[in-house]
Design a protein around this ligand. Structure first.
Ligand code: NAP
Ligand code: ZN
Length: 368
């Protein structure tokens, strides 16, 4: 059934749509290619955003290649992208927070049920009905699947649109709404601060934001990396010390010393070796989402009453708080700008851990 027919069958008035340019994967092995998606005409509470820049998250790669097929299977065609900054080109009659011309950002969620206890607590990322993800989510208005930021325009309910300072470095701001909030939120939750020893595992998009925030919060920061060529950058980004994780001998002197470790690694790796570095009651939080489950030894946790947890992005209120914190402290992502036509090359480099430290698509290239 078409969208209009589905809506008619459901007794709803048909929502008007318009076509916009995008880039999509047609299946899990295809190269990303031009595609046209339909966006809804803005409703009273919606803003229409011209997308200027969109970050490339490793989640885009996992999703496009259907690597999370047992948890979040990919619906094709898939238009990824959830690190969006742009300009409001139209605001519905009921929109209060944003107006035409404003700079705004959209992260990983475009809606949630807004009624469950988690949404009411401002933690929409834990919505009991599942948040509507920016891409590969269920489009509650048009039906079908949501399409993300590898596109020239998106229409979003104002409640899920973030304010961006008009002084912001826009390409460096785009990654904040996924890589930024995903590292900021668990460090706030676990109260990372002065006098603490904090580990960041992996220096990619999330890891480099993790370093910046851990440093800004006053912690003593150790980076664990598989890439010796990233040592100098790690120190510039906030690491007090760098451990090459391919060398287990280097771990010994850090045993039982960390208050908190943030694991941002995208592929299979040993968790137990990091758990053994936590001191009594220390916590390790996984934000990296490797497709394959990792074995955890009970003893890694039992000795030291350590805990292992996970954390998804952050709620809208906290994402705005993080953007405002970054604007005040002058924090942005270190980015490498790419054209949309080169997105597959960027994915290939992500797989080689060759990222410094976030690829951001200049959406003007989509118009070319
Ligand atoms: P990324 O830029 O590709 O960085 C991942 C880093 O992990 C690499 O640069 C590399 O750092 C390290 N790494 C890669 N393969 C490794 C291996 N086999 N063993 C050890 N280390 C390895 O990825 P990202 O965009 O930061 O995303 C990281 C992960 O977080 C992905 O799984 C992504 O899906 C997930 N994610 C989760 C959330 C959430 O809400 N929880 C949000 C966004 C992303 P070194 O070179 O320093 O070793
Ligand atoms: Zn992401």
């Amino acid at each position: 059934m078409t969208d209009g027919a589905q809506q008619a069958a459901a007794g709803k008035a048909k929502t008007e749509t318009f076509a916009v340019k995008a880039y999509a994967a047609q299946n899990k092995t295809a190269a990303m290619a031009p595609f046209t998606v339909k966006r809804r005409e803005p409703r009273a509470q919606d803003v229409q955003i011209e997308i200027l820049f969109c970050g490339i998250c490793h989640s885009d790669l996992h999703q496009v290649r259907d690597e999370w097929d047992n948890v979040m299977p990919t619906v094709y065609p898939c238009v990824p992208g959830h690190e969006i900054v742009g300009r409001v080109v139209k605001a519905g009659s009921g929109v209060k927070k944003h107006k035409e011309g404003d700079l705004v950002a959209v992260g990983c969620m475009v809606d949630s049920d807004r009624t469950c206890p988690n949404c009411l607590a401002g933690e929409e990322q834990f919505c009991e009905s599942m948040p509507t993800f920016t891409y590969n989510g269920q489009d509650k208005i048009l039906g079908g699947v949501t399409y993300g930021g590898y596109s020239d325009t998106i229409v979003v309910d104002e409640a899920f649109v973030l304010r961006v300072s008009n002084k912001a470095n826009l390409p460096g701001t785009a990654p904040l709404v996924c890589a930024g909030i995903t590292t900021y939120s668990p460090m706030r939750h676990w109260k990372v601060g002065k006098g603490q020893k904090v580990g960041i595992v992996g220096l990619g998009g999330l890891g480099h934001m993790g370093l910046k925030f851990a440093k800004a919060f006053g912690a003593n920061v150790v980076l664990f990396t598989t890439s010796p060529n990233k040592i100098a950058d790690a120190k510039r980004l906030g690491a007090d010390e760098v451990v090459i994780s391919k060398n287990p001998a280097e771990f010994t002197k850090h045993a039982n010393t960390f208050n908190f470790i943030l694991d941002t690694v995208s592929e299979e790796h040993d968790l137990n070796i990091y758990l053994s570095l936590l001191k009594r009651d220390g916590n390790m939080t996984l934000v990296g989402a490797p497709p394959k489950p990792a074995p955890v030894s009970g003893f890694s946790l039992i000795f030291g009453r350590r805990s292992l947890s996970g954390s998804p992005i952050g709620g809208i209120r906290e994402t705005q708080e993080m953007l405002d914190f970054c604007a005040e402290k002058g924090i942005t992502a270190d980015i490498e700008m790419v054209k949309i036509q080169d997105v597959d090359k960027a994915y290939d480099r992500l797989l080689k851990s060759d990222v410094k430290y976030r690829f951001v698509i200049d959406m003007a290239s989509l118009k070319a």
